[in-house]
Design a binder for this molecule. Structure first.
Ligand code: UDP
Ligand code: MG
Length: 308
């Protein structure tokens, strides 16, 4: 029985390699009679848009979506999945860091009954020591606070139609693909893989982007930071009371110094804790605001017609 396999590939400024990489990705699905490839152009500014339009015009299996501006990889995955029609959909990067050779194995696992097939990183490729430590801390916090063990997970996943439908039907706007698929809990097969080196172009993630992404994803799965405020407040109060009792004692015994140290300490501790607390609450309020505004997670534009 033949089935339609969808490939969803987000691409942002990949003009150097997109054509060759699409060929490699499609070649990996050679055994499949029915394949569709959806290229999601995430507001590229380097000529990728025109290149994608050309590539799509040359092969009827390829379709393209174009964002009005850069909405981010999460939005691109979301749009690609929403557009896919396949009995299953495979999400993979445009830079071949997700080895397409694994696709046949993913499909085999899916046919044997798994709703999700995820490829997990054996190593993280050539990342800096700082990036690796950052990832380790992020995943530790996520495991500890949100109960989600996402260590070594990647966005390289195969989803059954049912999972794609679930993902599409979610009302959330700002999404964390890996987290949500994990949270959904469908029967999952895992394939380990080595992260290939990026051959052309550079990573699109700056340090600041990564930090923002980490905080967003953590707070979208856990409200522990909010509860921590209560904890922090209790600790501050306890320290304050100790200092208070000791000052009072000194005062009563007539040995009170002029007290600047105490006042300074109290100001710093209480002021700092209040700021942190407000910041955390502010972050959640901001997220609520974003969700309530109900703006779409991405906007599509018509592809330019004169791409030649
Ligand atoms: N990407 C995207 N929008 C962005 C950033 C990245 O669609 O704003 C795509 C990019 O073209 C690539 C994939 O997401 O196909 C992974 O990006 P990148 O290689 O820069 O990230 P890394 O591999 O370093 O995590
Ligand atoms: Mg990459």
């Amino acid at each position: 029985m033949s089935s339609l396999i969808s490939l969803v590939v987000p691409a942002f400024n990949e003009v150097l390699s997109i054509r060759r990489n699409v060929t490699v990705i499609l070649a990996a699905t050679d055994g499949e009679p029915e394949v569709e490839l959806i290229l999601v152009d995430d507001g590229s500014t380097d000529g990728t848009t025109a290149e994608i339009v050309r590539i799509a015009a040359e092969d009827p299996r390829i379709r393209s979506l174009h964002f009005t501006r850069n909405f981010g990889k999460e939005a691109a995955i979301h749009a690609g999945l929403a557009e896919s029609k396949g009995d299953c959909a495979i999400v993979l990067d445009a830079d071949l860091q997700h080895p397409p050779e694994l696709i046949p194995e993913m499909i085999r696992h899916w046919r044997s009954g798994f709703a999700v097939v995820e490829c997990v990183k054996i190593d993280r490729g050539r990342e800096s020591w700082l990036a690796k430590s950052f990832a380790r801390v992020f995943y530790w916090v996520l495991g500890r606070f949100a109960g989600m063990d996402l260590r070594d997970h990647s966005d390289f996943k195969l989803l059954d139609r049912a999972v794609v439908e679930f993902y599409h039907a979610l009302p959330e706007r700002r999404r964390f693909f890996r987290g949500l698929i994990y949270w959904a809990g469908y029967p999952t097969a895992r394939i380990p893989f080595h992260v290939a080196e990026r051959e052309l172009g550079v990573t699109r993630w700056s340090r600041l982007n990564l930090l923002r992404y980490a905080i967003d994803n953590l707070t979208s799965f856990s409200s522990v930071p909010l509860h921590m405020i209560t904890f922090l407040g209790t600790v501050t109060l306890a320290i304050g009371m100790l200092i208070g009792v000791s000052s009072l004692y000194q005062k009563l015994m007539g040995v009170a110094l002029d007290g600047f140290t105490t006042v300074n300490l109290l100001l710093i501790i209480i002021g700092g804790s209040l700021m942190i607390a407000l910041g955390i609450i502010g972050h959640y309020v901001g997220r609520l605001y974003d969700e309530i505004k109900g703006r779409p997670p991405y906007l599509l534009k018509a592809p330019p017609r004169d791409a030649q």
